[in-house]
Design a protein around this ligand. Structure first.
Ligand code: ZN
Length: 372
């Protein structure tokens, strides 16, 4: 089941190519509404923050495109075997942060090798202390906790394992946020014909061993959500950021209920925009209301990943395409074709102040601690 972890990056590549706008139409909005929203012309000049990227190289293409497009970045280190080693990811993050400390922020992570032995705990404690000293803003716990890592008895290590609690408390005590990625998209537990996006359907058709619908012996979707909720409830002072819309991407109302229940939680949008668009082509107002109601709890993120072997110019083009496509959808009323859900998707035309929060102020508050 474990190479299923490739979904994240695979989905991103599909997203990057599938979401390039091929045609746009002006929105039918009245003049006052248009004045209250941004346009495509505002894209580069408005301050923005992509709070979920992976800059896994010291090459500067990511930083340069972010500069051109007006983004600060949070590059997140992950305990992910397909990525460079955690040490190499950290080295890249520190080099980029040194090159442009105002624009490039980073989140650390830790390995699970040796869990939960005392040596593991002490080396993780040292790593978190060092990361805090080196300017990390957060610590990431990836879905290997819950889906891959096993204890000495061969049982999956879940996020609410008692040995992870001191780690969470240390993250909190050091003033860092904790980014949690638990489970998979809801589609992973559905039959292929019920999946909502083509990238998930194609991936799980080609990799049935990772398609949890076919593996009822593994933890269920609801098991993963319940474990995560217990963890967040157990650490009410921890600033918890649910990566990928806290894996509740399939239902904005359910995600709203999660945010209502846990005032210490925020969510990022990384690699799940098509799931939001799937919902908004069916009920635009429901999705629009979600963003407006939870405008203080949502941080923009993409999951854009620059690996060491990526062609810098090609990567920069992809980043710009993803960023402008998302801006077109969230900030304007323009429509665009989204192949992944086989639909023309009208933009949400969110009010400027909502865009300013989702795209910038929330990430600064949650991660950089502007305004406490
Ligand atoms: Zn990611």
């Amino acid at each position: 089941m474990h190479a299923r972890t490739l979904t994240c990056v695979g989905a991103l590549l599909a997203f990057a190519t599938a979401c390039a706008p091929v045609a746009t139409t002006p929105a039918l909005v009245d003049a006052p509404a248009r004045d209250a929203t941004y346009t495509m012309d505002d894209f580069a000049r408005v301050a923005k923050f992509d709070a979920h990227v992976h800059a896994n190289t010291t090459q500067r293409a990511f930083l340069d495109q972010a500069t051109a497009d007006g983004f600060e970045l949070l590059t997140i280190n992950v305990d992910y075997p397909v990525f460079p080693s955690i040490e190499d990811q950290r080295t890249a993050a520190l080099a980029l942060a040194k090159a442009d400390p105002a624009r490039l922020h980073w989140a650390a992570t830790f390995p699970m090798d040796g869990f939960p032995a005392p040596q593991w705990r002490s080396s993780v404690a040292q790593a978190i202390d060092a990361a805090a000293e080196e300017g990390a803003l957060a610590v990431k716990i990836w879905k290997n906790v819950g889906m891959i890592e096993k204890d000495a008895d061969g049982r999956l290590v879940m996020l609410d394992h008692p040995a992870l609690s001191p780690v969470a408390e240390q993250v909190r005590a050091r003033g860092l946020a904790l980014i949690g990625h638990q489970g998979e998209p809801h589609n992973c537990w559905l039959p292929l014909e019920q999946m909502t996006t083509d990238n998930d359907r194609e991936y799980f058709r080609n990799h049935p061993q990772y398609h949890m619908y076919l593996h009822p012996e593994e933890p269920s979707y609801e098991d993963h959500m319940a474990v995560r909720d217990r963890f967040v409830a157990a650490h009410p002072q921890l600033r918890f950021v649910g990566a990928h819309m806290a894996s509740l991407e399939y239902d904005v109302d359910r995600l709203g209920a999660f945010l209502d229940r846990f005032p210490n939680a925020s969510v990022d949008l990384a690699a799940r925009m098509s799931q939001v668009q799937y919902q908004s082509v069916r009920d635009r107002e429901r999705v629009r209301r979600f963003f407006i109601r939870y405008q203080d709890r949502i941080v923009y993120g993409t999951d854009l990943t620059q690996g060491p072997d990526a062609d810098p110019a090609e990567f920069a083009r992809t980043a710009h395409e993803v960023w402008t496509s998302d801006w077109r959808y969230l900030a304007t009323g323009e429509s665009q074709r989204v192949d992944m859900i086989d639909a023309d998707v009208p933009g949400l035309a969110l009010p400027r102040e909502v865009i300013d929060r989702i795209y910038f102020a929330n990430a600064r508050r949650v991660f950089v601690r502007d305004g406490g």
